[in-house]
Design a protein. Structure first.
Length: 173
């Protein structure tokens, strides 16, 4: 019967080692996941700190009559140190005085008379030398939004990058 006690003790020790192995393994995996999430968050915050944009030269075309729809154009300059390339996740809000903000989504088609309202697109990026079709530092993008009514002036334009940096500019007349 002494052999049974030894076998029972060996099985008990084996179970303790197995439970310890599982506990240590799960603790190490959890620590790795937490460290990876902290690293990703730090990288996002650093990118947000290096991103800056400026809106300038707001123009409205076809102002001959207040009853027609107009084209709103403005320049967006990347004045930060981070490249901006995910235009699908950029938010553009135009707020006419006394009204709620109007959200405009990106259209991949160059804005024209056939494009539906509430879309924006870019006409050109200059100088577009380093990364074509991406807004590198010190490059300027000409943005166009179709379908405005001149009765809604003055208005405020807010553009937000995918990482949360934003620029706001007001067009008075």
């Amino acid at each position: 019967m002494a052999g049974a006690e030894i076998i029972g003790a060996a099985i008990g020790v084996l179970l303790l080692v197995l439970v310890g192995y599982i506990m240590v393994g799960s603790t190490l995996t959890s620590a790795e996941i937490v460290a990876s999430a902290q690293k990703d968050l730090t990288m996002q915050n650093e990118a947000r700190l290096r991103t800056a944009i400026e809106i300038s030269d707001i123009t409205i075309e076809n102002q001959a009559s207040p009853s027609i729809l107009l084209n709103l154009k403005f320049n967006l300059k990347n004045s930060g140190n981070e490249m901006i390339g995910d235009f699908n996740h950029m938010d553009v809000y135009v707020t006419p005085k006394g009204f709620s903000p109007i959200y405009h989504k990106l259209t991949t088609v160059v804005p024209s008379a056939g494009v539906a309202e509430s879309t924006w697109g870019y006409i050109s990026i200059s100088p577009d030398v380093i990364h074509p079709t991406m807004l590198d530092p010190d490059e300027t993008m000409l943005v166009e939004i179709d379908g405005f009514n001149s009765l809604l002036l003055p208005l405020q334009i807010t553009m937000i990058t995918p990482n949360g940096a934003q620029a706001t500019k007001t067009k008075l007349t």
